[in-house]
Every structure is written in structure tokens, then in C-alpha cells.
Design a protein around this ligand. Structure first.
Ligand code: BV8
Ligand code: ZN
Length: 257
């Protein structure tokens, strides 16, 4: 059941900020970060693999894990939550979409601008000279088994010979400065912040809803379970429990028909 007050607030919204996490892509078949280590990958810790130390220690294992995730994303399609979020850009004068996800499903659903706080699976770069790397065709590997642990040697940079690494922000690495300051500014200036499908466990992204509520911005959480944002410092105005792929389209249709 969508609260009438939230529908009203969304309908009257001039500047909407949206923060998404892995839960918004779950119904597209992309394991959430907590479950990312599915199948034979289960014996690894995400925090270990998603780190420069993990990559330096075993580049083939980490590159293999990211290739498994990239192949999964290439086979996935945007779900009704991504599509409803993209539609909001046509109804609300200003929408700032911020994602912690490294997939491109928001873009493929039609969202015009996406702020990626944690980078992207699709933009690997050189460890040495930081030049972008372009995956050779075919980028979709026909016989790829994403859940089978695969060691794949990462390519080398054609310019300086150093290793190519995934274009994501690893644990212990700083977030892109411009992206995070845009996200901070939007979360404090918006009329409403929708927080969709995030456990709110990874910082500094998890600070954004706290910043918003301190700035008097109304905060609505959409999550399978209400655990993410019931931190002491986040005043939640609305907490909608259920699947993003069901709730977000309902909310957008109720507000804009
Ligand atoms: C940094 C890219 C400093 C890689 C990712 C203690 C306190 C504060 C901070 C720290 C601390 N200890 C360590 C830190 C720092 C650390 C951190 O926060 N660690 C955590 C574990 C405590 N942070 C960092 O290291 C950051 N950098 O601090 O740098 C610095 C500064 C200057 C100079 C040098 C260094 C970097 C963090 C970024 C890490 N990279 N991703 C990759 O993807 O492989 S984070 C990764 O985890 C994801 O991107 C994602 O953002 C995050 C997981 O969060 P969620 O998206 O929320 O996913 P999760 O699975 O957790 O939850 C899913 C949610 O969806 C659940 O709530 C579930 O209920 C819900 N859900 C599921 N299905 C549905 C649904 N909801 C609706 N519908 C559904 N169908
Ligand atoms: Zn290079």
C-alpha cells in the first residue's frame, strides 16, 4: 500500500534525488552484493575480492569474478523498477539518479543521467596509465558459466604494458570526487530522496540518506526488509517493504497516472 502523503509529495516534487543499490537490479537476475558470491564463488569474501590487494594477490581470480559479473549483466535486462525510475525523468523537473551499482541497467532503461558512485563493470582501465580499455568483440562469451569459478588472466595495456583492472571503486579506494559531491549536494537540496534496494552498509554512500534527513529532505526507503536505514541518524519519512520491481512502478503510476 503506497502512503497517500508520499504520492502527493512525489507529484509536487521539483527536485527528486534517488539512491539505488543492488536490490534494484536483483529482479533482473543480478545477485545483490551480499549474495554476489553465488555458486562456487561462495568461498570468497566480496570485501577481499573487491580490493586492490585482492587483485594484486591474484589478478586472474579477481578478473575472472568481474568477468562473471559482467557476463551476467550483459545477459540481464532492466526490470520494471529501472523502467519506472527512468520514467520519473519525464514527470519531475529535476531528477538526480545516484547508484552504487556497477551495472548499466539504469542507462539501458532510459535514465538520461546516472551518477555512478562505485564505477562500472563496463569501463575497465589500465592500472598504470589509467587509459580506458575496450573489450574485444564478442563481448558476450557464448559458453560462459557465471557461477563457475574461473580464473581469467586480465589483459595488458597496449600503451604501457601494465595490467588492465575493473573500472570499479574497490574497498579502501576513494569514490570519484565529482560524483560524490554531486550526490551530496543533490541529497541536501532535493525535496524528496527515494532510497531503493540498498543495505546502507557501505560508506561513504550510506551517509547520503543521513545528510538528506539532517537537511530536512523527506526520505522514503523501498526495500525487501526495513533494516537498511533505520540507523539512529536517519529519519525515515516512509518505509515501503517489498520488491522494487513491484513498488516503484506502483508509486510512479499512482503519482503520475
Ligand atoms: C573509502 C564496487 C576511503 C566494487 C563497491 C567502517 C565504517 C565506515 C567505513 C568503513 C568502515 N570500515 C571500512 C570502511 C570503508 C569501506 C566500507 O564502507 N566498508 C563496509 C563493508 C563497512 N568503504 C570503502 O572502502 C569505500 N572507500 O572509504 O575510501 C578513502 C578515502 C581517501 C583515500 C583513500 C581511501 C569504497 C566503498 C566502495 C566499495 N565498492 N562496489 C564491486 O561491486 O565489486 S561497494 C558494493 O557493496 C556495491 O557497489 C554496493 O554499493 C555495496 C553493497 O551495497 P548494496 O548495494 O546495498 O547491496 P547489498 O547486497 O548490501 O544490499 C542489497 C539490498 O537490497 C538489501 O538491503 C536487500 O534487502 C535489498 N533487496 C534485495 N532484493 C530486493 C531488495 N530491495 C528491493 N527489491 C528487491 N527485489
Ligand atoms: Zn597503461
Amino acid at each position: 500500500m503506497i502512503p497517500a502523503a508520499l504520492i502527493e509529495q512525489l507529484r509536487a516534487c521539483q527536485h527528486l534525488a534517488i539512491l539505488t543499490g543492488a536490490g534494484v537490479s536483483a529482479e533482473s537476475g543480478i545477485p545483490t552484493f551480499r549474495d554476489a558470491l553465488t555458486g562456487l564463488w561462495q568461498r570468497y569474501s566480496a570485501e577481499k575480492l573487491a580490493s586492490l590487494a585482492g587483485f594484486s594477490k591474484d589478478p586472474a581470480l579477481v578478473w575472472g569474478w568481474y568477468e562473471a559479473r559482467r557476463q551476467t549483466v550483459l545477459r540481464a535486462i532492466p526490470n520494471p523498477a529501472h523502467i519506472a525510475i527512468a520514467k520519473l525523468a519525464t514527470y519531475v523537473p529535476q531528477v538526480t539518479l545516484i547508484t552504487q551499482n556497477v551495472d548499466d541497467l539504469h542507462e539501458r532503461a532510459g535514465s538520461p543521467e546516472v551518477i555512478h558512485l562505485h564505477g562500472s563493470l563496463h569501463h575497465p582501465r589500465c592500472v598504470g596509465c589509467r587509459r580506458p580499455y575496450t573489450f574485444p568483440d564478442p563481448i558476450v562469451y557464448e559458453d560462459f558459466e557465471p557461477i563457475v569459478e574461473q580464473r581469467i588472466n586480465p589483459p595488458f595495456c597496449t600503451h604501457c604494458g601494465a595490467l588492465i583492472r575493473p573500472g570499479v571503486v574497490w574497498f579502501g579506494e576513494p569514490l570519484p570526487v565529482r560524483a560524490f559531491s554531486q550526490a551530496e549536494a543533490a541529497c541536501q537540496a532535493a525535496d524528496l530522496l527515494l532510497v531503493i534496494g540498498t543495505s546502507g552498509m557501505v560508506y561513504p554512500a550510506a551517509n547520503l540518506p543521513i545528510l538528506a534527513s539532517r537537511a530536512g529532505v523527506h526520505v522514503a526507503e523501498i526495500n525487501l526488509t526495513s533494516h537498511a536505514l533505520n540507523q539512529a541518524d536517519t529519519h525515515l519519512d516512509f518505509s515501503l517493504i517489498g520488491k522494487a520491481g513491484e513498488i516503484v512502478p506502483l508509486l510512479v503510476d499512482a503519482a503520475f497516472g
